[in-house]
Design a protein around this ligand. Structure first.
Ligand code: BGC
Length: 758
């Protein structure tokens, strides 16, 4: 293919350039046949391929069958980088089979509130888990030549008013939490495209935000792919080009017209348009060779369907999280008499609603799969309907009857599809009342109740948890979730999922509770960096189940933590190793988590932050040493005044454990990093002067002079209480006091002297 981009660019008319940076229909880039520029296809994404048949390309509605893997909420709870990368490769293969060149995902927005209707499509409340797993998914997909679209850039953590709302936060919060997962994935996996979000960030539409799309994404992080708009996210097309948004999707008449008018009118520099055209051409030429021949039937081949269904089952069996297991009621004995209750057992909720909805190649339900594994007959009662209709009394009576006659009742509860979706948020964290009513009666009828949950985001369990013996949090497990659930219930697989989001006791405890979902077009991020476990830990709030938690049918012991520091100064590197032993009787997988705490930080920091994790498979009795290397960024915070990542010298605790609240081994290292000192200025306080090495010297000099002239002034500086009271006062203002009499010019001189001394 002739792809000399410079030569092509010189031959394009202004109108053609504007057309090239705008979609054709819902899912294609624009072809320009006279110059041999083909079109490529972009399609959702992210946990399966949603390729619409060519005659039905309307954005919504049906698509060709494709494997529905667990959505991000499920993938995240595997914490399993290797598995996620394999799923990525499978998605790449299916994209090729369905003639899709760019798969629209993954989404790495941070789960700030359990209410966000789209949490199922996002990984975690923690940017490391989100960024790391997204990196692996992108690597897997792109290993097959297929491009990805890292979305929704940025701060699209709620659906309410998503086309207009402004996410308002300080830069430290943005850098440490809401941009961090994007940064990791951009630097680690170079996604072919990044999707600019619908919302605004601090008042600027993400699609028009030069700071976000150019200064940070391209100039700082080195992104060199295409920035594509979320579908319909462009507000002012010419402003978007100037900010660094390359491709507007889908097709629009207004977009190209605005670009042409702005270039002709002189308000848009054609060079900015050329840069966007170049990026789009690179994307097209990098992927066009993968396009299917027009005569090829678009379908996932049968052998791939089978292999990927098995992979989806493996993923689902690693995603479900065993929250509690009182008295070891699980795994169930195949010989026990079991009653299965709950409509979800035969009518699974396995993915979320909206643009990511996949038409699965198959669909397993838990009831059929449980019956395949169980040795004794399994009774069933639906207990409730998903839409709340039907004869509630009769449904309840049936449920109680089967529950009373069985040794164990396995109750499938969850959020019906309409309860959470792209496009809107939930209003509360509760399971539907009709389901809770059935659960209460079943608990009264049988002391051995196991609950299996299907939900895309945390639900409240605290009001019924005490009455049940086990809870398996299934999240949304994709098309093979039914089989995976049966495998876990009977111990065919040992659960190894861990929570990538905290399960709070109640909604009122969550960090966004008072802000969500904003007012007057603004959503305050008043909780700052304190999101998820960072919040619950800082506020010392009880939680139902903490971040990182998940039980196994075996037990693990941690021992022999060792920590050492190398390469100090600008590039500290801390080696951490710990031995994990399987001390139980079943083979299992432990997710080892490393948290870092900097107790002496100058700014308020979270008590501890996840900085590493690894999945360790262990046979009974087996031990393994697990190692991690932590670097500069693992100890840094984003300095609000220096506007850069900053590490403070001092002690740092290294905490290794099985959840954010189950720390098993703890060590400490001393970091000595020479960082630039924040310069003093006219507003610097007395306390800042005394902490600043040059400032302290200058003050000492001043004191000596003062001692010579006015002994009272010295007294003031030696009076600790007075100094504490005056600590927040800028030196310049103290200088104006009677008897001190420093002019602004003199203060400027002292500032220059102090800053020059470091
Ligand atoms: C969603 C994106 C999706 C796009 C295309 C938008 O509504 O926010 O995630 O990729 O539609 O379907």
């Amino acid at each position: 293919m002739a792809n000399d981009v410079d030569a092509i660019l010189s031959q394009l008319t202004l109108e053609e350039k504007a057309a090239l940076v705008t979609g054709d229909g819902f899912w294609h880039t624009t072809a320009i046949e006279r110059l041999g520029i083909p079109a490529i296809t972009l399609s959702d994404g992210p946990h399966g391929v949603r390729r619409q048949p060519p005659e039905q390309e309307n954005g919504i509605g049906g698509s060709f069958p494709a494997t529905c893997f667990p959505p991000a909420v499920g993938l995240a709870s595997t914490w399993d980088a290797e598995l996620v990368e394999r799923i990525g490769a499978a998605l790449g293969d299916e994209s090729n089979a369905l003639d899709v060149q760019v798969l629209l995902g993954p989404g790495v927005n941070i789960k700030r509130s359990p209410l966000c209707g789209r949490n199922f499509e996002y990984f975690s409340e923690d940017p490391l888990v989100a960024g790391e797993l997204a990196t692996e998914l992108i690597r897997g997909i792109q290993s097959k030549g297929i491009g990805t679209s890292l979305k929704h850039f940025a701060a699209n953590s709620q659906e309410t008013d998503r086309f207009r709302v402004s996410a308002d936060m300080d830069e430290r919060t943005a850098r440490e939490i809401y941009l961090a997962a994007f940064e990791r994935a951009v630097k680690g996996a170079a996604p072919a495209t990044v999707m600019a979000a619908y919302n605004k960030l601090n008042g600027a539409y993400a699609t028009e935000d030069h700071w976000l799309l150019t200064d940070i994404l391209r100039d700082e992080w080195g992104f060199d792919g295409v920035v594509v708009s979320d579908w319909g996210a462009v507000n002012d097309r010419d402003a978007a080009v100037a900010a660094g948004l390359d491709l507007e999707m889908p097709e629009s008449e207004a977009g190209p017209a605005a670009i042409v008018a702005a270039v002709r009118g002189g308000s848009l520099d054609e060079a900015a348009l050329d840069a966007a055209v170049r990026n789009v051409l690179d994307l097209v030429f990098d992927h066009a060779h993968l396009k299917a021949d027009a005569s090829r039937k678009l379908a996932v081949p049968d052998d791939m369907v089978n292999a990927h269904h098995a992979l989806a089952r493996e993923a689902a069996s690693r995603a479900a999280v065993l929250l509690k297991n009182e008295g070891g009621i699980l795994p169930l004995s195949p010989e026990s008499s079991i009653a299965v209750i709950g409509e979800f057992a035969r009518n699974p909720r396995y993915q979320g609603a909206g643009s990511s909805q996949i038409e699965p190649t198959r669909l397993d339900d838990a009831l059929t799969e449980i019956r395949k594994v169980a040795g004794a007959p399994v009774t069933f009662a639906p207990g409730f309907t998903l839409d709340g209709g039907g004869d509630a009394g009769e449904l309840l009576r049936e449920a109680v009857a089967v529950a009373s006659a069985a040794q164990v009742a396995v109750v499938f509860l969850g959020l019906p599809s309409a309860a959470e979706s792209e496009g809107y948020d939930r209003e509360n964290m509760d399971l539907p009342a009709n389901q809770l009513a059935v659960l209460a009666e079943v608990v009264a009828a049988n002391p051995n109740v196991v609950v299996v949950l299907s939900n895309g985001s945390a639900v409240r369990v605290s009001d019924w948890d005490a009455g049940v013996r086990a809870i398996l949090e299934g999240w949304l497990l994709g098309q093979a979730g039914g089989g995976a659930t049966a495998d876990i219930l009977f111990g065919v697989t040992n659960p190894s999922g861990r929570l990538a989001e905290t399960i709070p006791v109640k909604l009122e405890d969550t960090s966004a509770y008072l802000d969500f979902p904003g007012r007057d077009g603004h959503l305050e991020y008043g909780d700052g960096v304190f999101v998820g476990y960072r919040w619950f830990d800082a506020r010392q709030l009880p939680v139902s189940y903490p971040f990182g938690h998940g039980l196994s049918y075996t037990t693990f012991e941690y021992s022999g933590l060792s920590t050492s520091v190398e390469g100090e100064d600008a590039d500290p590197s801390v080696h951490v190793s710990v031995t994990v032993t399987n001390t139980g009787h079943a083979a299992g997988r432990e997710v080892v988590q490393v948290y870092v705490a900097a107790p002496s930080a100058e700014v308020r920091r979270p008590l501890n932050e996840l900085r590493g994790f690894d999945v360790v498979p262990l046979e009974p009795g087996e031990s393994r040493e697990v190692s991690f290397t932590l670097g500069f960024r693992d100890f840094a915070y984003f300095h609000p005044t220096l506007k850069r990542w900053y590490v403070e010298s001092g002690p740092v605790d290294i905490l290794v454990g099985a959840s954010s609240r189950d720390i098993r081994e703890q060590g400490s290292v001393e970091l000595r990093v020479s960082e630039p000192v924040v310069p003093l200025d006219r507003q610097s306080s007395l306390a800042e002067w005394t902490k600043h090495p040059g400032g302290a010297q200058v003050l000492a000099g001043l004191l000596q002079q003062a001692a010579a002239q006015n002994p009272d002034a010295v007294g003031m500086f030696q009076n600790e209480e007075l100094m504490a009271m005056m600590g927040s006062m800028p030196l310049r203002r103290i200088g104006r006091f009677p008897g001190i009499g420093l002019t602004d010019e003199q203060v400027d001189g002292l500032i220059a002297q102090a800053n020059a001394a470091v």
